[in-house]
Design a protein around this ligand. Structure first.
Ligand SMILES: Cc1ncc(COP(=O)(O)O)c(C=O)c1O
Length: 383
């Protein structure tokens, strides 16, 4: 489906919606292009299936559809050439919830956990909240193309105190889809220094043309070191359902994780919340491919119009871009400046790393009409 038809068919007018994104937009009288959900509704067959479920009126103790695991496993095999095994999969109510559970169950109080910044804020928050220590290594920024600083990472690993690396792949907010070689170099270091890898892959379905996502667990050599978080929540904008898969092939780690879940009486799947994932994996593939084209078209337009003025991250995956408006920012926080000056609501760069206060994260999963509006307003500050 072409991008125009997709937008006509699936764009939702959310101006009155009680979502966090649009409520805050209303309050501040801004066009909301922050927080990571989309302004598009799902394929009509998915909605119809959910309606059918509601209309049965049968809300007794449910079970997952019998082929749930096959549908999940086949989706990831077909799209990313990775073979998840049914008996390595656990559930959590969302990816952030899973971060906490993994940290609590597989590291000890006081352990150090390494992250590559700038980074989606709950990574750091979860480490701190769990009583572990955050070790930050800045990514190297080559004019909007961000990569790992392996030397700095190894220097930190050499302390012997780091027990886990939390990876965001694709990376939020810098939009990288890491190449196989980049992941291998990183994982080799982790293996050498006995550092576990927690790989958050919730953006892995939103991949731009000419890019190939490499799931961490597709690199089989390292699979005993890796815990992957996999969900359809970003792919089809299902955040309200809070449903995530935690995949742990290493049996010892798996058992420790399960024991933690049992101790805390958590980890049982909420069947209703799993259904949108299931139906989207069955009916949503063409929808998703069109969505990726919409995001890419939005990115290309944004980049063409604004790259002469701002540094803009390369978009390889996700629908999020990181933009440096430093040359034109007149306040401490670029995001705050843009709220006041342009009535545009983006995420504050400083929440991803304090030194990025001149940057904003922009959500491109919306209509071209909104993108044009944002571009026009942003041009206002440079002209
Ligand atoms: C990388 C990443 N992980 C996790 C989340 C949140 O996931 P959940 O809502 O399932 O906790 C987000 C949301 O933006 C994200 O970007």
């Amino acid at each position: 489906m072409d991008t125009k038809t997709f937008t006509e068919k699936y764009y939702i007018d959310r101006t009155k919606s009680d979502t966090i994104k649009w409520q805050r937009g209303r309050k501040l009288k801004c066009l909301p292009m922050w927080i990571a959900d989309m302004d598009f509704k799902d394929d009509e067959r998915v909605i119809e299936k959910l309606r059918e479920f509601i209309e049965t009126g049968d809300y007794g103790y449910g079970n997952l559809p019998e082929d749930y695991y096959d549908v999940f496993i086949n989706w990831h095999k077909k799209r990313n050439n990775v073979e998840y095994k049914r008996d390595t999969i656990r559930f959590s109510k969302g990816a952030v919830d899973a971060m906490y559970q993994v940290i609590y169950s597989l590291t000890e109080k006081g352990d150090c956990i390494l992250i590559n910044t700038p980074l989606y804020p709950p990574f750091k928050a979860s480490i701190k909240q769990c009583g572990r220590k955050v070790v930050e290594v800045s990514m190297i920024d080559n004019e909007g193309f961000f990569t790992f600083d392996y030397k700095a990472i190894e220097r930190k690993f050499k302390s012997g105190k780091i027990k886990m690396l939390m990876l965001c792949s694709p990376h939020n907010p810098v939009g990288r889809v890491f190449k196989k070689g980049e992941l291998e170099e990183l994982f080799d270091l982790c293996h050498k220094y006995h550092v576990l890898i927690l790989s958050d892959e919730v953006h892995s379905d939103i991949i731009m043309p000419d890019q190939q996502f490499i799931p961490s667990l597709a690199l089989k050599k390292y699979q005993n070191d890796i815990i992957s978080l996999v969900a359809a929540s970003k792919s089809f904008s299902l955040a309200v359902f809070s449903h995530c898969h935690v995949i742990i092939p290493n049996r010892k780690l798996f058992n420790r994780f399960v024991a933690y879940q049992q101790d805390h009486h958590t980890g049982s799947v909420n069947v209703f919340n799993a259904l949108p994932t299931y139906y989207n994996y069955i009916y949503g593939e063409k929808w998703l491919d069109s969505l990726c084209n919409v995001v890419f078209e939005n990115y290309q337009y944004f980049y063409k119009e604004l790259s002469p003025y701002f540094e803009i991250s390369n978009l390889e995956g996700s629908y999020l871009i990181f933009v440096n408006i430093g040359k034109y920012n007149k306040e401490k926080s670029a995001a705050k400046y843009l709220i006041n000056k342009c009535s545009l609501l983006f995420n504050e760069g400083e929440t991803f790393d304090p030194k990025y206060n001149n940057w904003v994260r922009i959500n491109l999963a919306t209509s071209m009409k909104n993108i044009r509006k944002a571009v026009k307003a942003l041009k206002g500050i440079v002209e």
